[in-house]
Design a protein around this ligand. Structure first.
Ligand SMILES: NC(=O)c1ccc[n+]([C@@H]2O[C@H](COP(=O)([O-])OP(=O)(O)OC[C@H]3O[C@@H](n4cnc5c(N)ncnc54)[C@H](OP(=O)(O)O)[C@@H]3O)[C@@H](O)[C@H]2O)c1
Length: 361
């Protein structure tokens, strides 16, 4: 996919105001992180965090910050080899010898049966989980891909896998409360269209990779919104984070970055202006533990700000309420449940269990 695809330009130019936000993210993103709070060395001792998609990029950078703060990490990558390599790499980088600090799991998140098995494996551990970072994500090339479950790839990996994993883990997360869930979204959500969520296989609307990504990121923020609403009284706090424009493997299919010669120069230029994965992980890390909540950055913000759903540049941000609201969030929740029921992945017993959690005090 070319960095500036004609198709994506067409989609983007329909919303010129938002385009300036995206451009400023690319050009000035690094300067907006000056006052970000950092996790302290042992601030997450005796806490457990689950991170998806953490063998590289923002997920790996987040694991580094969590591990430095002495959290135990449940590492969830596409394969067990990737999870083990991630744990080894964290141990090497930080000189950690304690074997119990990392626990490795595997799931190809485009396969919802594998996600169910992942949730069962985690439930079997029967331990408290204090933080969940739903980070795994794809941004595909132009060709549409339908997964084994019959879902469009972005929708399946970026949204449905995380919806299912969280849904199945919910009784355990409630038992672990207070628990903080961070859904890694993107400001690309603003290019999403709630009225097209029902056409998640792009059968009625033409498929454009960048809109499929935007739809999945809109789904991320709507999921976070609904989750926060349904479970806030159960000690579950939910945030949706935009990490900024980060030069990571997410652009692995971007020919401008990988073409001979041109790729080398593009990478050089972009590495000077775009955020590194470490910088991209800053808002996520600051929302974990109580880095932001107890830091001097708190000054000037009321308590209400700290329950804000959407964060970027280590600051609470308003959401576009035309896109993110009760109606769209409730619609996506019901749609996701009905997809999982149709696929035979959620049965009545599982549905009742989570509904009961939602209702009981
Ligand atoms: N980079 C940006 O500019 C940017 C901006 C806004 C939001 N985000 C969001 O930030 C999150 C992390 O992205 P990143 O930039 O760190 O990208 P990245 O370096 O490509 O990392 C993505 C992670 O997701 C994993 N993943 C992808 N498909 C998977 C699958 N089917 N099963 C299991 N794991 C899978 C990848 O594993 P493999 O290595 O095995 O593929 C990788 O660990 C994503 O949700 C992305 O949408 C990124």
């Amino acid at each position: 996919m070319a960095l500036v695809q004609l198709a994506s330009l067409k989609v983007f130019l329909k919303k010129p105001f938002v385009t300036s936000d995206v451009l400023s993210d690319f050009l000035f993103g690094r300067f907006k992180l000056m006052n970000c709070a950092e996790l302290e060395n042992s601030s997450l001792k005796n806490k457990t965090a689950l991170v998806t998609g953490c063998n590289t990029g923002i997920g790996y950078a987040t694991c580094l910050k969590l591990a430095k703060a002495q959290a135990r990490i449940l590492i969830c990558c596409r394969t067990m080899q990737k999870s083990i390599a991630t744990a080894d790499s964290l141990r090497r980088e930080l000189g950690i010898h304690d074997k119990g600090r990392f626990c490795c799991f595997e799931a190809d998140m485009e396969n919802l049966d594998a996600v169910t098995t992942l949730a069962q494996d985690i439930i079997q551990l029967n331990e408290q989980i204090h933080f969940v970072i739903l980070n795994a994500g794809v941004m595909q090339a132009a060709n549409k891909k339908i997964t084994k479950n019959g879902l469009e790839l972005h929708f399946a990996v970026n949204h449905m896998s995380h919806f299912l994993l969280t849904y199945l883990l919910m009784p355990q997360l409630i038992r672990s409360a207070p628990c903080r869930i961070i859904v890694v979204t993107s400001n690309a959500y603003e290019y999403g269209k709630p009225e097209q969520l029902a056409d998640h296989r792009f059968q009625s609307f033409p498929y454009i990779a960048v809109s499929a990504y935007a739809q999945s990121k809109l789904a991320n923020i709507l999921f976070a919104y609904e989750l926060k609403k349904r479970f806030k009284d159960k000690g579950i706090d939910v945030f949706a984070v935009h990490p900024g424009a980060v030069l990571s493997d997410i652009y692995r299919e971007e020919w401008l970055l990988h073409a001979p010669l041109v790729g080398f120069f593009t990478q050089k230029v972009l590495s000077r202006i775009m955020r590194t994965p470490q910088e991209g992980g800053k808002t996520i890390a600051a929302l974990l533990g109580d880095a932001l909540f107890s830091s001097s950055l708190r000054e000037g913000y009321s308590d209400a700000c700290f329950s804000n759903l959407y964060w970027k540049d280590c600051k609470p941000q308003p959401v576009n309420s035309n896109l993110v609201n009760d109606i769209s969030a409730e619609f996506l929740w019901r749609l996701s449940i009905s997809i999982l029921k149709d696929l035979g992945i959620l049965n009545d017993e599982r549905l009742e269990m989570v509904e009961l959690c939602e209702k009981t005090n």
